[in-house]
Design a protein around this ligand. Structure first.
Ligand SMILES: Cc1cc2nc3c(=O)[nH]c(=O)nc-3n(C[C@H](O)[C@H](O)[C@H](O)COP(=O)(O)OP(=O)(O)OC[C@H]3O[C@@H](n4cnc5c(N)ncnc54)[C@H](O)[C@@H]3O)c2cc1C
Length: 404
């Protein structure tokens, strides 16, 4: 079979753009298919240190971090009105020897910066179109584009989002469910400094998360019932500003919302496999969950790192069955662990049952009171396995063995 490229990537969201850059940097020829990049996305993305290191390795960090702000402290505040409530838990990057956990980056800066890097890369051919039909074959895969072109490659990367037509073409089944929530996103100005601190207020309807932007500005993700999110979106500026200030108990002083509000319906989606039939899933094609603890794209970036590992291990045919099952094994533990943890925490917020509330508040109480446990969670939050490794390094069997 004659190939147009080693790899065809579908999707021009952050996962697709990063996959194209990383695979081209690894020396593979890539074709990226997707619509023009979305420049109207009002969300911001908190990218943690390991993700920033990855972007740095691709040579795009300086451009991407334009307009971002550091996250030095991350706080969880129980804002439920239930019988059992936990105290505020603060995680400080300095406690684990880091200057900051990550950066909060406006998507309207990040996506055009990644797009520009893709366009400047000679190893990437861009097709501004949509894949209309996939045909997995014995030796490769064929993509028929809406612009009439037909592309063949050894591997297809499905970075085509939560509904992922490529995932369907691979015959991969998914478990998907609405969480009965939507997220209202917007930016706002305030009169008191945020001190590089993000605060996730946990409410009965989901998190209300305030994340720093440069200066006296912050971004907000307000998760609530879908009809309530739409109501909030339609409110006059002054009324919405007042409600946001009230929610935060004037923590940041007076609030003034900026123009540009968007509502994102939330769901949970988990595929049965992460690769099959010459198609590997990355980003939201591989996992969707509510925005708690800034996990989504950080996990998507680790998918891309996994793709590169797979392509390096199977250079002759990165779409072969052995390569795909390697990728599936590589990504499964991380994706399942993160998806389940976020889903569980989200459900525990909404469940009224007393035993559930007891477990949730006891967990947060422990985190607040026990520094080694907090350190463990901070390291695990940054990178899977890092918390466990630090236990071994600092006070676990390896450290004990060395000191004996
Ligand atoms: C409110 C909110 C806040 C969030 N905050 C954070 C955060 O702080 N930190 C974090 O890490 N994550 C966060 N996330 C998660 C993060 O936004 C997602 O993980 C990320 O946007 C997923 O990117 P993606 O490229 O996989 O998908 P998408 O951005 O959905 O891109 C999919 C692309 O595929 C294209 N496409 C679809 N079908 C086809 C086809 N047939 N052919 C070609 N192209 C196709 C689409 O047009 C689109 O370009 C948040 C999510 C939400 C909802």
């Amino acid at each position: 079979m004659k190939f147009d490229a080693d790899i065809v990537i579908a999707g021009t969201g952050p996962a697709g753009l990063l996959a194209a850059l990383a695979l081209a940097q690894a020396g593979l020829s890539a074709i990226l298919v997707g619509p023009p990049v979305n420049t109207g996305d009002r969300r911001t993305t908190a990218l943690m240190k390991p993700s920033l290191d990855f972007l740095d390795g691709l040579g795009v960090l300086d451009a991407v971090k334009e307009g971002s702000a550091p996250l030095r402290v991350m706080r969880i505040a129980d804002a439920t009105s239930r019988l059992l409530r936990s105290p505020v838990v603060s995680f400080r990057a300095a406690e684990i020897g880091e200057e900051y956990f990550g950066l909060n980056i406006p998507n309207r800066n990040m996506l055009p910066a990644l797009d520009a890097a893709v366009k400047a890369n000679d190893g990437i051919r861009i097709e501004t179109s949509i894949v209309a039909h996939w045909q997995p074959l014995e030796d490769g895969i064929q993509a028929e584009l809406e612009n009439g072109k037909i592309i063949t490659a050894k591997l297809a990367v499905a970075a085509d989002g939560r509904l992922s037509p490529a995932r369907e073409a691979a015959g991969i089944s998914v478990r998907t469910a609405s969480t009965g929530q939507s997220a209202l996103v917007l930016d706002f100005a305030h009169t008191r400094p945020h001190d590089d601190t993000s605060t996730e207020f946990h409410t009965e309807h989901g998190p209300f998360t305030v994340v720093p932007l440069p200066g006296m500005r912050s971004s907000l993700v307000w998760v609530s019932r879908p009809h309530r999110a739409e109501e909030l979106k339609a409110l006059p500026d002054a009324e919405l500003s007042r409600l946001i200030e009230e929610r935060m108990q004037s923590m940041l002083g007076r609030v003034e919302v900026s123009p540009g509000r968007q509502v994102y319906p939330l769901n949970v989606t988990l595929p049965a496999r992460f690769a099959a039939n010459r198609i590997a899933l990355v980003g939201e094609a591989a996992h969707v969950f509510p925005p708690i603890g800034a996990q989504g794209l950080n996990l998507g970036i680790r998918d891309v790192e996994g793709l590169v590992k797979m392509a390096r291990r199977y250079p002759a045919d990165p779409g072969a069955a052995a390569a795909l099952s390697y990728y599936d094994r590589l990504r499964r533990p991380d994706i399942i662990a993160r998806s389940s943890a976020v889903d569980l925490l989200n459900r525990s917020l909404m469940a009224d049952a007393l035993p559930v509330q007891f477990v949730r508040t006891a967990g947060l109480n422990l985190l607040g009171a026990v520094p080694p446990l907090r350190n463990f969670f901070m390291r695990e939050g940054l990178r899977t396995g890092a918390g466990i490794m630090s236990l071994f390094r600092e006070r676990g069997p390896v450290a004990r063995f060395r000191s004996e």
